[in-house]
Design a protein around this ligand. Structure first.
Ligand code: BJW
Length: 235
């Protein structure tokens, strides 16, 4: 059997900005989550140890918001690109690495998605390691469906914790021809360092609502809302 070598291997890194026009808040924009919540309280393991109720409520609220929103034109355009590769209409390969914990890429129809900061639609048991799907509220006394201990936490990656799927992400970055970031402030590592890792072998593009605040390493920056810029870029 002849092996199929895609001519154009693209890694797309998405951040909170791609889901903004679906109605989900970003973190660091003026109206973002950090304008109302203290990062150290809700996004660190220490914060969760100190006040699990506060942290569970924060994620229960975001789970409820997620239930009321839909993927937008940017998510849909990326799903269409993956379909084009699958159907043989485009000789390429697309991997979405998302920092987002929402499931809007999947609901748009994308399959090749790695959630490096975890997923809102799961919880994780710190006793038995189970990661069951969870769509409603989870509280500190909620028993794990597998081991029945009340030791569930959001299945997300907080500051100081190790992001998920790093081996697969590093391999994809090393072998990509194009690297495109969409709607991320590029302030959180290791994701913020990906562009430096790929720029000697890949074309790099940054799509963001606002122009970069500091000089960037990207070859090109496309300024505008994701719902307009991503479908344009995909065509
Ligand atoms: C639009 C738009 C529209 C708006 N259209 N655009 C090296 C140097 C310094 C520090 C570190 C370092 N390495 C590690 C660290 C420590 C730390 C870190 O990075 N700190 C920095 C703040 C300095 N990193 C960690 O602790 C990470 N762990 C780690 O590094 O482990 C070591 C290790 C690494 C690798 C291998 C082995 C070991 C873990 C980081 C975990 C981050 N967790 C969070 C919470 C996840 C759960 C949750 O969602 O609640 O992840 S924090 C938060 O920030 C969330 C996001 O995914 C992440 C990034 O935010 P994002 O997506 O960029 O959003 P915003 O709001 O910042 O930006 C939105 C952008 O959209 C803006 O630019 C807008 O303009 C734009 N936009 N509307 C297009 N319509």
């Amino acid at each position: 059997m002849t092996q199929h070598h895609p001519a154009d291997r693209i890694v797309v890194l998405t951040g909170a900005g791609i889901s903004r026009e679906s109605g989900l808040e970003t973190f660091r924009d003026a109206d973002g989550l950090w304008s109302r919540h203290n990062i150290a309280d809700v996004c660190t393991p220490e914060g969760f140890r100190r006040d699990p109720m506060l942290v569970d409520r924060f994620y229960n609220g975001r789970r409820a918001e997620l239930a009321g929103v839909q993927p937008n034109a940017a998510h849909l355009a990326l799903a269409e690109l993956e379909r084009a590769a699958h159907d043989g209409r485009w000789n390429g390969e697309l991997l979405i690495v998302t920092q987002n914990i929402d499931d809007l890429h999947e609901r748009a129809g994308s399959h090749n998605v790695l959630h490096m900061h975890g997923e809102l639609r799961r919880v994780r048991c710190t006793s038995c390691g189970a990661t069951p799907e969870w769509l409603g509220d989870c509280l500190p006394d909620t028993p794990c469906p597998a081991c029945h201990r009340p030791t569930l936490r959001p299945d997300v990656v907080w500051f100081g914790e190790v992001p998920l799927h790093m081996d697969r992400i590093e391999t994809a970055l090393a072998g990509c021809d194009r690297f495109v970031t969409i709607g991320t402030s590029g302030t959180v590592y290791p994701a913020a360092g990906f562009v430096a890792q790929v720029r000697d072998h890949a074309e790099t593009v940054d799509i963001n609502l606002d122009p970069p605040q500091v000089p960037t390493l990207f070859d090109r920056t496309l300024i505008g809302p994701a719902t307009r810029m991503v479908p344009q870029w995909v065509i």
